[in-house]
Design a protein around this ligand. Structure first.
Ligand code: PHE
Length: 334
C-alpha cells in the first residue's frame, strides 16, 4: 500500500528517471516480481487482499510508466526540431533605413510642418509632362540641359529627368491654393562617377496661390535650410530654368571650419543645394491655371547629394550598391 502511494506520487524530470522507475517496479528483478513470488507464502485469509493490492500496484505502475514516457516522447521530438525551448531567444536583427529614405523623410517632415503635402507620379513619362508643359517646346535648346533616356520616340516616352513632371500633373488635377512637394527617382544619361549617377532622387516643391511672391520663396528656403542643416545663411544666385522666371540657384553657407568644408565648398564656404524660381506664367497656363489671378514659386533639390553631405559619404555609387556593411551603418539614425 505504501508502494501504491509512492507510485501515484512519482514524477520524473528525464526519460532515464522513468526507466529506472520501471525497472524498480516492473523489471525482471523488480518489486512486483518479488511480491508475486511472495503470494504463495501469504496466509489464506489474506490472499485476497494481498492479491488485489499487488494487482492495483502493477496496473498503476504500468499506467505511470506509459503516461510519463508519452510526455517525454512529445518533448523529445520538439527539442529535436527546435532545440531547447526553455533557452532565451536570440533577437531578430533589426534592419536600418536607407540614407536616401532618411534624408527624404526629413525633407518631407520639414515641409509638412508648413502645410506642404506629398505628391507622386510615374517614372516613365510622356513628353508633355516632362518637357512641353514646362515651357520646353520641341527643339528648345534647354532640353540639352537634361540628357534624357528615351524609351520610345514619336510620340516620345521617356524616363523622367526631374520630378517637375509631377508638379505639372498636380496642377492639372488640383485647383490653387497648391502646396505640394514631389519626391522621387529621376534619370539622366550621365557618366557615372563618384559625384554623379545616371539615376538619382529629387524633391521638388510647388506653391501656387493668389499673391505669392519671391519674398515668400526666399523665406521658405530660409526656413528649410535652417531646419535641415542647422545653417541659416543662404544666398540666391541668378540662374536660368525654362519653367521659372526669375530663376535662382540656392547656396548655403557651410563654413570653412574643417578640412571637409574646404573640399566640399571648393574653399568658398558656399555650397549649392538647389534650384528655384517663380513659376513661369506659361507653365501655369499650360496646366489650366489663370496666371493673371495666381502666381507661384517652385524649387528642386537632389536628395542623394544632400545624403552624401549629411552622412559624409564619399561616393554616390555607395547609395545603390546595396552593400550590407555600408547600409548597417545607418542603424542608429531614425
Ligand atoms: N527641375 C529642376 C532640375 O531638375 C530643378 C528646379 C525645380 C529648378 C524647380 C527650379 C524650379 O534641375
Amino acid at each position: 500500500k505504501e508502494h501504491i502511494a509512492e507510485v501515484e506520487a512519482f514524477t520524473a524530470k528525464t526519460k532515464e528517471e522513468v526507466e529506472s522507475f520501471r525497472i524498480k517496479y516492473l523489471g525482471n528483478k523488480g518489486l512486483l516480481k518479488e511480491f508475486f513470488a511472495e503470494f504463495k507464502n501469504v496466509a489464506n485469509d489474506q490472499k485476497k487482499e494481498f492479491g488485489q493490492t499487488i494487482n492495483t500496484l502493477k496496473s498503476k505502475a504500468e499506467e505511470k510508466v506509459i503516461t510519463l514516457k508519452e510526455s517525454f516522447e512529445g518533448k523529445e521530438e520538439i527539442q529535436g526540431v527546435y532545440g531547447d525551448l526553455s533557452r532565451p531567444g536570440e533577437p531578430i536583427p533589426l534592419g536600418s533605413r536607407h540614407p536616401i529614405s532618411l534624408t527624404k523623410n526629413k525633407i518631407i517632415e520639414i515641409f509638412s510642418r508648413i502645410g506642404f503635402n506629398v505628391s507622386e507620379g510615374p517614372e516613365i513619362e510622356d513628353d508633355w509632362h516632362n518637357f512641353t508643359a514646362l515651357n520646353l517646346p520641341e527643339y528648345h535648346p534647354a532640353r540639352d540641359m537634361q540628357d534624357t533616356f528615351f524609351i520610345q520616340t514619336n510620340p516620345d516616352i521617356l524616363l523622367r529627368t526631374h520630378t517637375s513632371s509631377v508638379q505639372v500633373r498636380y496642377m492639372e488635377n488640383n485647383k490653387p491654393p497648391i502646396r505640394t512637394i514631389s519626391p522621387g527617382r529621376v534619370y539622366r544619361n550621365e557618366a557615372i562617377s563618384a559625384r554623379s549617377h545616371c539615376f538619382f532622387h529629387q524633391v521638388e516643391g510647388l506653391y501656387v496661390d493668389k499673391g505669392v511672391s519671391f519674398a515668400d520663396l526666399k523665406q521658405t528656403l530660409q526656413y528649410f535650410t535652417t531646419e535641415m542643416f542647422g545653417k541659416s545663411k543662404i544666398r540666391l544666385r541668378p540662374s536660368y530654368f525654362p519653367f521659372t522666371e526669375p530663376s535662382a540657384e540656392v547656396d548655403v553657407y557651410w563654413g570653412l571650419e574643417t578640412e571637409t568644408d574646404y573640399k566640399m565648398t571648393k574653399g568658398t564656404g558656399w555650397l549649392e543645394i538647389m534650384g528655384c524660381g517663380m513659376v513661369d506664367p506659361n507653365v501655369l497656363e499650360n496646366c489650366g491655371i489663370d496666371s493673371e489671378e495666381y502666381s507661384g514659386f517652385a524649387f528642386g533639390m537632389g536628395i542623394d547629394r544632400i545624403a552624401l553631405l549629411l552622412h559624409q559619404i564619399p561616393d554616390i555609387r555607395m547609395l545603390s550598391e546595396n552593400d550590407i556593411r555600408f547600409l548597417d551603418q545607418f542603424k542608429s539614425s531614425l
